[in-house]
Design a protein around this ligand. Structure first.
Ligand code: ZN
Length: 239
């Protein structure tokens, strides 16, 4: 039996046995890690509130047969600001849901971990940027390998006359490549999305509120199409 050290962001937890919890953590080194926190549901747990969802924690774990057991926890970053605001909680929940769905067990996932960490940091700032969640979803799509074509036609590669958009075809389409299921996006929206996709989450361009809503709607549906599932956390967002 071995002790080891790891870190990660708590994605979720659920009751296990009488007083324990399974805590699912996104580790940059091990991907999705299912761990057990013993006695965490007792009022006098030695872990306190340190294993709350969204918290970035440093862990000492005891290797178990099925699940590894948490023996020590310390908080690296708790993101306290985002927890007090419903819009941010919903955005954070969506970020977590996507990371949880995409990450695999025993598969290092540094890029996904860093994306989630940067997303939560940006959400924890003074103000929530209206395009932050859109940026996160576009970057997640890139990590998964389903980034939409935004600066060129997904059919022929042409980089102008991108008048149509198609989920199935993989993004923007020119007039010649248009497919029956494709539709016209608002003028400038593809370019707006392209700018968000290439910007750092902490340095997103000045938002254009007329574009923001539609950007999030298109990005959400694009990702849902390629993940083949709806994003439940976004049920509260009207896009
Ligand atoms: Zn084309």
């Amino acid at each position: 039996m071995a002790l080891y050290n790891d870190q990660g962001i708590v994605l979720r937890s659920y009751p296990f046995g009488e007083a324990d919890k399974v805590v699912v953590v996104l580790s940059p080194n091990r991907g999705k890690l299912r761990t057990v926190a013993k006695g965490v549901r007792k009022t006098k747990s030695r872990f306190g509130g340190r294993l709350e969802t969204l918290t970035h924690v440093d862990l000492v774990l005891y290797e178990g047969k099925n699940l590894d057991m948490i023996t020590q926890v310390s908080i690296i970053e708790a993101f306290p600001t985002l927890r007090g605001d419903l819009d941010r909680v919903v955005a954070a929940g969506t970020m977590i849901e996507v990371a949880d769905f995409v990450a695999q067990e025993d598969e290092p996932t540094l890029r996904l971990f860093l994306l989630l960490q940067r997303g939560l940091r940006a959400l924890d700032g003074d103000q929530m940027h209206p395009d932050l969640l859109t940026g996160y979803l576009l970057k997640a799509a890139e990590i998964i390998g389903v980034a939409p074509a935004l600066t060129h036609c997904a059919g022929c590669g042409a980089n102008d006359g991108l008048t149509r958009f198609s989920f199935a075809a993989g993004g923007a389409l020119c007039e010649r490549c248009r497919t029956p299921g494709s539709y016209a996006l608002r003028d400038g929206l593809t370019a707006y999305l392209a700018l968000i996709a290439t910007s750092d989450l902490s340095a997103l361009p000045e938002p254009d509120l007329a574009m923001s809503r539609e950007s999030l709607g298109v990005t959400r549906r694009f990702l849902e199409y390629h993940l083949e599932r709806g994003l439940d956390s976004m049920a509260l967002i009207d896009v």
